[in-house]
Every structure is written in structure tokens, then in C-alpha cells.
Design a protein around this ligand. Sequence first.
Ligand code: 13P
Length: 252
Amino acid sequence: MSERPYIVGNWKMHGSRAMLSEARAIDRAAERLMKVEVAIAPPFTLIHATRKEAALIGVGAQDCHAAEGGAHTGDISAAMLKDSGAGFVIVGHSERRADHGETDADVKAKAEAALAVGLSVIVCVGETEAERDAGKAAEVVSKQLEGSLPETEQAAEKVTVAYEPVWAIGTGRTPTLEDIGAMHQAIRLRLRGIYGEAADGVRILYGGSVKADNAAEILSIPEVGGALVGGASLTAESFVGIMTAAAERGEG
Ligand code: 13P
């Protein structure tokens, strides 16, 4: 597994061309923080421009359609993402699962479509607050992994898992460090069941209210391979704070 922490900004439905200056500033900071692998997933409309503006960081998308093409008005295929300069795609984010009714099977089909055109994928999983309160967090996440992870050959080399508890997204609340560590360990075990030894190369990111001031402690958890960041990725100032915390861990 790459030892470099992987810090990914998910811009969600935010961003206009004016925000390309933030992408440029993030890219400049990445130049001096080489111990961190950095990427951003802007909205579809900014992927091509971001790729042109940013030389070092990864640029990806937040979703794709599972089909290669066809009569799917308003949708974007994995091949189109690749053509616009994306190197990866996030699939199965809880906002897509909730807003668009995406099932595990949908997420898996999207992930496999992305891999088929050579994109890397970040597969998101995470329990709701009610599921955690019912003591079902590990069970829910395990089931999501089994249903959502692509099973094509070599998938493990191109897959990153993001554990994002739904109740921690955009709320300022995070699980305890112990809970994050325990869930990441449970995810690793499930990954071994699915991918065998290759699972040890899969990075597992934590996402949900990661900020510059809690990134260092979250990234100090040995099982945490990086972070998927929403709100705090929208300005270079806050995102570079997280990248800097990750670089310090990279040196530790
Ligand atoms: P926040 O960092 O805004 O909580 O969002 C997390 C997230 O959903 C990233 O995909």
C-alpha cells in the first residue's frame, strides 16, 4: 500500500469557474507537500478546467453512470469523465444513495464501469445515526462493502474505500478515535474476505467533518489511510491545513 496519506476534497454541488483559483492554490501547496497524495472532485462542469489548471493533484468526479452510453438524459458515463481529464470517480456517496436511491448493486455497477475505462474509484460506505444507535454500524458497513465493491480482476489495485458515517457529514460531529479505528479494522477484514491478500493494498479513508483542527488526530489512527473532505475542501486555506496535517503524519 502507498504509505502516503491520500487527502481528497469532494466539492459536492459547489463551485464555479471562479473557484479554479482555489484549485490552483491547492495544487501549489501540493508541490511542497509531496508526502501527501492530494486530489479534488469538483462538479462535472469544472473537471476539464481543473485538470488544465492543476498540474500535480488528482482530479476526479463525484459520480458516473453504469452504462457505456446511450439514452440517459443528463447522465455522464465513465468514459466521458476520462475524456474530460478525470483520473478517478467517487461512487456510492451517501448523498447519492439518499437523494437518488442508489443501491449497493447500482454502486457496484458504476464502480465496475469506471474500472473498465481505467479510472480509479473511491467507494463510499457508512451507517446512519439510527443504525449506529441500534448497534448495527459494523453490520451495515460490511453489507455495503459486500454489495458495492467491484469484483473485476485487479479491482483491489484501483479501489479506495471511504468510511463516512452519515451522521458525521456536515455536522461537525465525528466518531471517537477508537470508533474510527475499530470500523477501519472491520473494513480491512471484510476487504480481505473479498480481495484476499490484495486487500492490504487498499486505502481506507475517513470522511465526515474532517477539518484542519481535527485532521492530525484522525490521521494518526494507524488504520486511517487518508481523508475524504467536504466543506473544508472548498477553500485552499482550510484544505491546505488538512494537507499539512497529513504531511506531518507522513513524516512521523
Ligand atoms: P464534510 O467534510 O462536509 O462533513 O463532508 C464529508 C463528505 O461527505 C465528503 O464526501
